[in-house]
Design a protein around this ligand. Structure first.
Ligand SMILES: NC(=O)c1ccc[n+]([C@@H]2O[C@H](COP(=O)([O-])OP(=O)(O)OC[C@H]3O[C@@H](n4cnc5c(N)ncnc54)[C@H](O)[C@@H]3O)[C@@H](O)[C@H]2O)c1
Length: 445
């Protein structure tokens, strides 16, 4: 099948590559010329495990092509997928300018029936706006060409995006037209072989399903962070509590890890956008507002612990930071808790020596060259001359460090563990001062 995908970011590039992998003829369109040039030269602009060889293979076979020419994109695919960004607007609502720009372009250039697919995360009602934008362009051209607009939200996780796309938990298809539902089923049939994962519904419910899922996951994290802060004050260890809670199958172990806050390109903006949607519908989404504010507070928890330890005197101190990306297995720095921490440390006159397996280039792009930020070639290198170690991202390579080496390299054996990777009792025995998240003094050994 012929598919055009607008937006070659985390979602567009993965979607395009996976659709090409199963034999489709995919054209990816992006307005970022530099990105398209890099892709045409065999360079992958993002880090996503397993993506590079798949892009290369499909690009070389001619099934996956990249262009900035939107008109070519409209001419190419029966399926026109919109996977552009929907960043937060000033008031927190989703900024739809990129989505609607693509819709207008489709309306300007289409010469045949098209299935227009909203894959970007967009508020309820966006499919109507996309339909209107296309219709307006067709009207201006005095054309009565037919098209359908489908909501097909994407649920892939950065860091496991290929696996998620190739073996999805669900394929949500929101359409009011049974014929379009069949076309969508056909497009997704290679990913739907072992059992039927298609969940068909009306457009608005599909749009809301994506926000509801992300808001639920964000709620779980903020809930655990709230409990962690409480555990700390009550002398309980949230890690014991987590395991005790998770054993209840109604709760489960997934997504109940306390930490230094959620980040990324999705949860923060999607919770905000859903709150905003609620407000526009004259409803105050109290729980969502709390999820967001608990998270904003949580992003300061590491800094507060550091500041308390040094009695507010951070000037001239140097901190090793292990992990910069908002979660492991990605180079995505959007809304990463490490940013809040580094900025607060710099503000107080402290310096950072950072190591991240994938996100240092992106961090340098964001902050440029500065005297108080050094990028190091290894986790061990980052420790040199530092007053303490701070962990912000639980990359697996950080899970079992050589604590003897760590102790002898740091100026003082102090660890602020934003992801609860280490055992407080073990570290206490080894002579470390250890701060985790929600780990009150526990007498249990
Ligand atoms: N990143 C994720 O894990 C994830 C998961 C599920 C859903 N989503 C949603 O998918 C959408 C895309 O997210 P992303 O992380 O891939 O974004 P991204 O910022 O990585 O990529 C978006 C791309 O769209 C391009 N673009 C902007 N305007 C364009 C236009 N008019 N025509 C063609 N290309 C254009 C940009 O240049 C950019 O390359 C968002 O709505 C996001 O919420 C993201």
């Amino acid at each position: 099948m012929k598919v055009t995908i607008y937006g070659s970011g985390y979602v567009g590039l993965v979607t395009g590559t996976c659709l090409a992998e199963v034999g489709n003829d995919v054209l990816c369109v992006d307005v970022d010329k530099n990105k398209i040039d890099r892709l045409n030269n065999g360079e992958i602009p993002i880090y996503e495990p397993g993506l590079e060889p798949m892009v290369t293979k499909n690009h070389q076979s001619g099934r996956l092509r990249f262009t900035t020419d939107a008109a070519e994109g409209v001419a190419h695919g029966l399926f026109q997928m919109i996977a552009v960004g929907t960043p937060p607007d000033e008031d927190g609502s989703a900024d739809l300018q990129y989505v609607l720009a693509v819709a207008s372009t489709i309306g300007q250039h289409m010469n045949d029936y098209r299935v227009v697919i909203d894959k970007s995360t967009v508020p309820v009602g966006t499919a109507d706006k996309v339909r209107n934008a296309i219709q307006n362009e067709l009207k201006a051209r005095q054309s009565n060409l037919e098209f359908d607009v489908v909501s097909n939200p994407e649920f892939l996780k950065e860091g496991a995006a290929i696996e998620d796309f190739m073996k999805p938990d669900r394929i949500v298809i929101g359409t009011d037209n049974p014929r379009t539902a069949e076309l969508m089923r056909a497009l997704y049939s290679p990913f739907n072989r072992s059992h039927d994962r298609v969940i068909a519904m009306d457009v608005r419910s599909a749009e809301l399903t994506k926000y509801a899922s992300n808001a639920m996951l964000a709620t779980k994290i903020s809930f655990m962070n709230e409990l962690a802060n409480l555990a700390e004050r009550l002398g309980a260890d949230i890690e014991h509590v987590r395991i005790g809670m998770g054993s209840d199958p109604r709760i489960g172990y997934h997504f109940i890890y306390p930490g230094c806050g959620y980040g990324g390109s999705c949860f923060p903006k999607d919770v905000q956008a859903l709150e905003r949607t609620a407000k526009e519908a004259d409803y105050f989404a109290e729980l969502l507002a709390a999820v967001e504010s608990v998270n904003n507070r949580q992003k300061h928890v590491l800094f507060n612990k550091i500041s308390q330890h040094y009695k507010g005197d951070l000037k001239g101190k140097t901190f090793a930071i292990w992990g910069l990306s908002f979660k492991p297995n990605t180079d995505d720095m959007r809304e990463a808790p490490s940013r809040v921490l580094m900025e607060a440390l710099w503000e107080q006159g402290a310096s950072v020596r950072a190591f991240d397996p994938e996100a240092m280039e992106e961090t340098q792009r964001i902050y440029g060259n500065r005297d108080d930020l050094a990028f190091c070639s290894s986790p061990e290198e980052a420790l040199k001359g530092c007053d303490a170690l701070v962990t912000c991202t639980e990359w697996s390579m950080f899970r079992s460090p050589d604590f003897n080496k760590l102790k002898s390299t740091l100026n003082h054996p102090v660890i602020f563990d934003g992801r609860n990777m280490y055992d407080p009792d073990f570290l206490a025995d080894e002579g470390f001062t250890y701060y985790g998240i929600g780990r009150g003094e526990s007498n249990f050994k």
